[in-house]
Design a protein around this ligand. Structure first.
Ligand SMILES: [Zn+2]
Ligand SMILES: [Zn+2]
Length: 318
């Protein structure tokens, strides 16, 4: 365990983090050391990484990252993922502090992100979710989901924990329902679920994304004030997977734009529409994860959107 601890200390240097040692706080790595020089697709990074004072990025190894914030009063987490992930998350928290878990924030409605809340509730924490996500989950409960303790509505809600602000922003439709972009202004940190995945193409058939609303949302995210973020999924190599930044937000916008332009170019050449997705090549993104697997599916989805109009959609009441 001591060697693992040392590896962990060393890895901090690579993400330009604040020093790990802090009085009264001990660092811990869950299960495995963070592995370097291994594609995160082959072995997703796992463990706990301090990314700012009292702020940690955590993964249980399944390719999902949560944010942990330690305040004077207690602990807040963003993204419970599953019961398994949340159980590991609590173990990780207990490695850094004995303070109670006060809040667990859910980013959006999908089962693969919004499960595991019961584990936090059993530990005494309150789960928090936007109304739109809560409505969907009430109608479509998953095997591992539980009703949230606090439901918020509208475009912004501020939670205070000790002297720290947790800003919840609902920026409208993008992906899923109630998608919340979190910001901790005192730490210059954000949390971005599903709407930005560094170094990876769009996920397979781009499920439950309204592409144009997503692009609008990403542009609004660029306007928010933060230096670094935790992205719920991340294909940056090794320990870089624990953080992301506005660079990756802009890269996603550029990719969607480049893909759309490539489709238009095929239209101009007279390529039959059914053959366009397989004909698309974007060599500048070849180094991104799942280039070979997802490019054709991504192209099909962007093309369908151009053909049918943006979907899914629902009227916003505020
Ligand atoms: Zn999702
Ligand atoms: Zn996801």
């Amino acid at each position: 365990m001591k060697n693992i601890y040392l590896v962990f200390i060393m890895t901090v240097v690579f993400v330009n983090c604040t020093p790990v040692k802090k009085s009264g706080i001990k660092e811990q790595v869950i299960d495995k050391p963070i592995t370097k020089n291994v594609s995160s697709r082959e072995l997703p990074s796992s463990g706990l990484l301090k990314i700012a004072s009292d702020v940690y990025s955590f993964s249980s190894g399944g390719g999902y990252y949560s944010l942990i914030l330690v305040a004077d009063q207690g602990v807040a987490v963003i993204e419970t993922v599953t019961s398994k992930h949340s159980t590991e998350l609590i173990k990780a928290i207990r490695g850094i502090t004995d303070k109670p878990i006060i809040y667990a924030f859910h980013s959006h409605n999908h089962w693969d992100h919004a499960s595991g809340g019961k584990v936090i509730q059993n530990a005494g924490g309150k789960t928090v979710m936007h109304e739109r996500a809560a409505q969907w989950l009430a109608a479509h409960p998953g095997k591992d989901t539980s009703p949230p303790d606090i439901i918020w509505s509208g475009q912004q809600r501020i939670f205070k924990l000790g002297g720290i602000t947790i800003e919840l922003n609902y920026l409208g439709l993008s992906h899923g329902l109630g998608m919340t972009v979190f910001r901790v202004p005192e730490k210059q940190i954000a949390y971005l679920a599903d709407i930005v995945t560094p170094n990876r193409l769009l996920y397979s058939i781009v499920p439950d994304f309204n592409i144009t609303e997503w692009e609008r949302t990403l542009k609004e995210v660029l306007e928010l004030d933060f230096d670094q973020a935790v992205c719920s999924h991340n294909e940056r190599p090794g320990d870089k997977a624990f953080t992301c930044s506005k660079v990756h937000v802009q890269e996603h916008l550029d990719y969607i734009n480049d893909l759309r332009n490539a489709i238009f170019a095929e239209f101009k050449k007279g390529t039959p529409s059914k053959k366009i997705p397989a004909n698309i090549e974007l060599p500048q993104y070849k180094h991104w994860a799942f280039y070979d697997e997802y490019l054709e599916m991504n192209a099909y989805r962007i093309m369908l959107d151009l053909w049918m109009g943006p979907y899914p959609w629902l009227p916003e009441d505020n």
